[in-house]
Design a protein around this ligand. Sequence first.
Ligand code: COI
Length: 355
Amino acid sequence: MTLNNTIEIDIVKASSSKIASVDFENLTFGNIFTDHMLICDFKDGVWQKPIITPYEPFLIDPSAKVFHYGQAIFEGMKAYKDDNDDVWLFRPDENFKRFNKSAKRMAMPEVPENVFIEGLKTVVDLDREWVKKGLGNTLYLRPFMIATGHGVIAQPSSEYRFMIILSPAKSYYSGEVKVIIAEHYSRAANGGIGAAKAAGNYSAQFYPTKLANEKGYQQIIWTDDATHTKLEEAGTMNVFIRINDTLFTAPTSERILDGVTRKSLIELAQRDGLNVEVRSVLVEELVNAAKDGSLKEIFGAGTAAVVSPIVAFAYQGTEYQLPQIENSFALQLKEDLTKIQYKLAEDTFGWTVKV
Ligand code: COI
């Protein structure tokens, strides 16, 4: 199936909209959902006709494999509104490809391209009033798939549900972001599911992140599980480190998510003539750079987080502050990226797709 194959989607519209009750100026990330959602079920070995219904809870068998074995994957994307009231998606093809890579790794069926892409466009179009104009206003799109087949035998389900839900969003982090460098816990290991956007990759981080939160840190920068010497990603975002005027980010691997924002920032940095190197930075290098003043910036990059500057990191009980700098690469790249997303700058890369 190709992108241009339109599909038939049954639509049951909500009888009324909740939009008037939403305070768009004071949104908590991922807490409010729009009027509609898309559902496409997989059974008897085939994808059924997608439907869009009012957003509401649904029934699921208590023995469904998603509850017992965590067979679940998701994507994070955003829609943006430009000054002409047109609504845009950002690189949806990348999310689609990654979704099916995750599906394969989790022994789930791949979702047809037109169900994913046309499904997204149709449900976003139906709820386009929920995409507000203005930099920082977005509609966060959450395609996901769960194993709905019943029975607690530990093997892949034979039935699945693909869904898309939508949530108006501003920033993911509301204050300053400080991180701890992982010394004991690991997010992922070679041969594991670290490169998949699998639900379990996120819940596995909840406990160590809770311990970090209790110490006043919002996130953990994960290190390689074998030696804890190489910096990897932060779980909700990939990580960039600037030492003097070189920007480093770890290469993607079996342990690191291939972030769409990460790859876009690398291309933007190259376009801007910044020196960007895709290689692992050692924890030792980071600490030495913090001590000798060559460490200029650390920032996270992700769909939800966008570009989030990190103000301090802790390692082996010592906290290191990042300096205040004038020509921040994080701010420059954030501006480059958001100008394209909101159609305020020409999209020479062909990343934006109209709804
Ligand atoms: C995203 O950036 O969309 C993610 O999937 C991270 C998530 C934890 C909010």
